[in-house]
Write a protein that binds this ligand. Structure first.
Ligand code: NAD
Ligand code: DAU
Length: 334
C-alpha cells in the first residue's frame, strides 16, 4: 500500500511514520511536509533511506494532484497546530487548515483515493470543570480559537465532500497528545525543557485547566485501527481517559526532575482559554476494538521526561528560538 503522510515531519505525523515503519512491512510511505518552523528534520533523518520525503505545501494543487494520483491512502496530519500562534496571526491557519484540506479533498475526489483526516477534540469547544459530560461523536461543534475553528471547518469540508461527492474518508478527533519529538512550544515539552535549562515553568491563568492526555503512539494505533476497520464517512473520537489539570502536570515534571513542586510561576492567561477537554471514546473501543497501551499518564509522562533528558541534541539548538518566538507573540497579544 502506498501511503501519503501529509505533515509527516511534525510531532504526530513523524511518530506515525516511525511507528508504521517499525510495525508494518506492507506499506510504502511518502511524507509531504512544508517543513514550517514546527517540523524538525532531525526526526526523520534516521529513516530517510526508507521513505520518500517531499518538501511542499498541501495547498499546492499541482504537487498534491501528482502525489495523490500515486497513492492508495492519504493520512492528513498537516496543519498549523498551536493555539497561541493562531491568536497572534491566524492567516496561516486559514490557508493550511482550510485551503490545504480543500486542496487535498479535490485531489482524492479526482483520483478516488481514500483519505483519513486527523482532527482535534477542540472542535467541540470546552467543558466546565465540574461537568460530568465528555465529548462524543454527537457533541455539537463549538470551537473557541482561530486554530480550532479552522480545524472545525476542515472537518466540515471533509464531511461535505463525503456526502456530496462520495469521497471515501474518515475523520478522527483526538485529545492532547504527549510523547517524544513534540515541538517545544507545546505545554509538556516546554515545561520539561524549561526545568532542564534552569527556567521556571509557566502556568497560564490559575493552572486549573484540564487536558485529556493521550500518548502519541496510542493516537497513531487508533488511526490505523480506523483506517482498517472504520466505517467510511464516519467520525471517531480518540482519547485514553487521561484528564489532568495543568498544575498537576507541572508539579509532576518538577518533582521528577528533582525540583520543589512549587518552583513554577503563574503568567497571564491565554485569551479565550478552553477550560477542560474530555473524550468519551466508547465508539472506538466498542465498535472497532481499540484500547490504549499507556493507561497510566504518570508513567507515560515519566518516560517522556526521560526522552527529553536523553535527547538534548534534538531540542537544545531550538530552545532559545522557541522562547524568543513566544516573547514576540506575547508582544503582539499585549
Ligand atoms: P505539528 O505542528 O507538530 O506538525 C504539523 C506538521 O505539518 C509540521 O511538520 C509542518 O511543517 C506541517 N505543515 C504545516 N503546514 C503545512 C502545509 N501547508 N503543507 C504541508 N505541511 C505543512 O502538529 P501535530 O501536533 O503533530 O499535529 C498534527 C495534526 O494532529 C494536526 O492536524 C493537529 O490539528 C492534530 N491534533 C494534534 C493534537 C496534539 O495534541 N498535538 C491533538 C489532536 C489533533
Ligand atoms: O486538544 C487537542 C489539542 O491539544 C490540539 O488540537 C492542538 O494542536 C494542541 O496544541 C493542543 O492544544 P492545547 O492548546 O491544549 O495545547 P498547549 O500545549 O498549547 O497547552 C496545553 C495546556 O497548557 C493549555 O491549557 C494551555 C496550558 N499552557 C500552555 C503553555 C504552552 C500553560 O499553562 N503554559 C504554557 O507555557
Amino acid at each position: 500500500m502506498q501511503v501519503l503522510v501529509t505533515g509527516g515531519a511534525g510531532f504526530i505525523g513523524a511518530n506515525f511514520t516511525l511507528r508504521t515503519l517499525a510495525t508494518r512491512d506492507d506499506v510504502q510511505l511518502t511524507v509531504l511536509d512544508k517543513f514550517t518552523y514546527a517540523a524538525n528534520p532531525a526526526t526523520l533523518e534516521p529513516v530517510s533511506a526508507r521513505i520518500t520525503v517531499i518538501r511542499g505545501d498541501i495547498g499546492d494543487a499541482a504537487l498534491v494532484d501528482r502525489l495523490v494520483a500515486d497513492s492508495d491512502l492519504v493520512v492528513n496530519f498537516a496543519a498549523e497546530s498551536h493555539n497561541d500562534n493562531s491568536l497572534a496571526d491566524p492567516s496561516a491557519f486559514v490557508q493550511t487548515n482550510l485551503v490545504g484540506t480543500y486542496t487535498l479533498l479535490e485531489a482524492v475526489r479526482r483520483h478516488r483515493v481514500r483519505l483519513h483526516h486527523i482532527s482535534t477534540d477542540e472542535v467541540y469547544g470546552d467543558l466546565d470543570l465540574d461537568d460530568p459530560a465528555r465529548f462524543t461523536e454527537e457533541t455539537a461543534y463549538n470551537p473557541s480559537s482561530p486554530y480550532s475553528s479552522t480545524k472545525a471547518g476542515s472537518d466540515l469540508l471533509v464531511r461535505a465532500w463525503v456526502r456530496s461527492f462520495g469521497v471515501e474518508a474518515t475523520i478522527s478527533n483526538c485529545s492532547n497528545n504527549y510523547g517524544p519529538y513534540q515541538h517545544l512550544e507545546k505545554f509538556i515539552p516546554r515545561q520539561i525543557t524549561n526545568v532542564l535549562t534552569g527556567v521556571r515553568p509557566k502556568l497560564y491563568g490559575d493552572g486549573l485547566n484540564v487536558r485529556d492526555w493521550i500518548h502519541v503512539d496510542d493516537h497513531n494505533d487508533a488511526v490505523w485501527t480506523i483506517i482498517e476497520r472504520g466505517q467510511l464517512g464516519e467520525t471517531y473520537l480518540i482519547g485514553a481517559d487521561g484528564e489532568v489539570n495543568n498544575r498537576t502536570v507541572v508539579e509532576s515534571i518538577l518533582v521528577a526532575l528533582g525540583q520543589p513542586a512549587d518552583a513554577f510561576d503563574f503568567v497571564t492567561d491565554r485569551a479565550g482559554h478552553d477550560r477542560r477537554y474530555a473524550i468519551d471514546a466508547t465508539r472506538l473501543r466498542d465498535e472497532l476494538g481499540w484500547t490504549p497501551t499507556y493507561t497510566d499518564f504518570a508513567s507515560g509522562l515519566a518516560a517522556t521526561i526521560d526522552w527529553y533528558r536523553d535527547n538534548r541534541e534534538w531540542w537544545a539548538p531550538h530552545k532559545a528560538g522557541v522562547e524568543a518566538d513566544y516573547a514576540r507573540t506575547q508582544q503582539i497579544l499585549d
